[in-house]
Design a protein around this ligand. Structure first.
Ligand code: C2E
Ligand code: MG
Ligand code: MG
Ligand code: MG
Length: 282
């Protein structure tokens, strides 16, 4: 559908439709070769428990640096990868890398650190998912109990299929986390019926918890609910001390966010683990 020409004022703040399509096509083309050209890497962001001053694990986050496009955010390229089907290959690569690194980190630190991996909805719907996860765990020697797969509310197909997939994964021994909790539509049902180990409260609720009375109440309520259900809860996007204090007051003590650390490169992870374990928890 062609957009009407003209409208000069629009051009100042929005790339033309033509430019948007061009970028999309470029991303799709470049992404297909990104794995073999070794343009992808994972960075890791610590999850910190204020209760005892321990890092409990790291979330792996994908990064893509392309010679033509520069750094492209996963927020932009993951949806394109999903639509163009290369997400399955990328998702397998991510799992393989994260498990290889997790195994290495456990040896280096001698600590049972969790490694969290984001799954895309196509991956979650893939009938080979369980077999792939099993194969990669065997291949890398990663402890299944220390691998946590992050899924989102939007991935729920019908409840039966979703539960069956989750059960299959749980049978392998991996943990399941609900990512971006609160942004979907079936939140309470997820908590009640699905075999979750962990719930990650979306950053949009956490960021302005100091000033927004609604988010303050919402997070307080979620924290009380998950505590009484003995479901581990992680607050995403903790950027400052004030936010951390409020969360701790709610009993929500496991935090992930820039206040503790940005996502870091693989070679810095064990060092960051040691520094954080000593310093933040007073
Ligand atoms: P997510 O899984 O909810 O990841 C958290 C995002 O929040 C990350 O952005 C992280 O850098 C950012 N973040 C962490 N702490 C803070 C904070 O204190 N303040 C702010 N403003 N942001 C914070 P990132 O790395 O750009 O990833 C964005 C999304 O891309 C992820 O959201 C996830 O949905 C997706 N993604 C990333 N890696 C993968 C992957 O390997 N596979 C799949 N399927 N999706 C991925
Ligand atoms: Mg995540
Ligand atoms: Mg998240
Ligand atoms: Mg998020």
């Amino acid at each position: 559908v062609a957009r009407k020409q003209g409208g000069h004022q629009m051009k100042f703040w929005e790339p033309s439709l033509n430019e948007q399509i061009k970028r999309r096509v470029q991303i799709e083309l470049q992404l297909k070769k990104a794995i073999e050209r070794q343009e992808l890497r994972l960075v890791y962001q610590p999850q910190y428990d204020c209760l005892n001053g321990n890092v409990i694990g790291f979330e792996s986050l994908i990064r893509w640096r392309n010679p033509l496009l520069g750094d492209v955010s996963p927020v932009e390229f993951i949806p394109i990868a999903e639509e163009s089907d290369c997400i399955i290959e990328i998702g397998e690569w991510v799992l393989q890398q994260a498990c290889r690194f997790g195994k290495q980190l456990h040896a280096e630190t001698d600590s049972p650190l969790k490694i969290a991996v984001n799954l895309s909805s196509k991956q979650f719907a893939d009938v080979h998912l369980c077999a792939t996860v099993k194969h990669i765990l065997n291949d890398t020697g990663m402890n299944p109990n220390l691998l946590e797969l992050e899924i989102t509310e939007s991935m729920a197909m019908d409840a039966q299929t979703t539960i069956a997939t989750m059960r299959g994964l749980k049978d392998i021994g991996v943990k399941l986390a609900m990512d971006d909790f609160g942004t979907g539509y079936s939140s309470l049902r997820w908590i009640k019926e699905f075999p979750l180990d962990c719930l990650k409260i979306d950053r949009s609720f956490i960021m302005d918890i100091c000033s927004n009375v609604y988010n303050h109440s919402i997070v307080k309520t979620i924290a009380a609910l998950t505590e009484s259900l003995q479901l581990q809860t992680i607050a995403e996007g903790v950027e400052n001390e004030d936010t951390a204090k409020i969360l701790n007051g709610f009993g929500c003590t496991i935090h992930q966010g820039f206040h503790y650390s940005r996502p870091i490169e693989e070679h810095d992870v064990s060092n960051t683990f040691r520094i954080l374990t000593r310093s933040v928890g007073d």
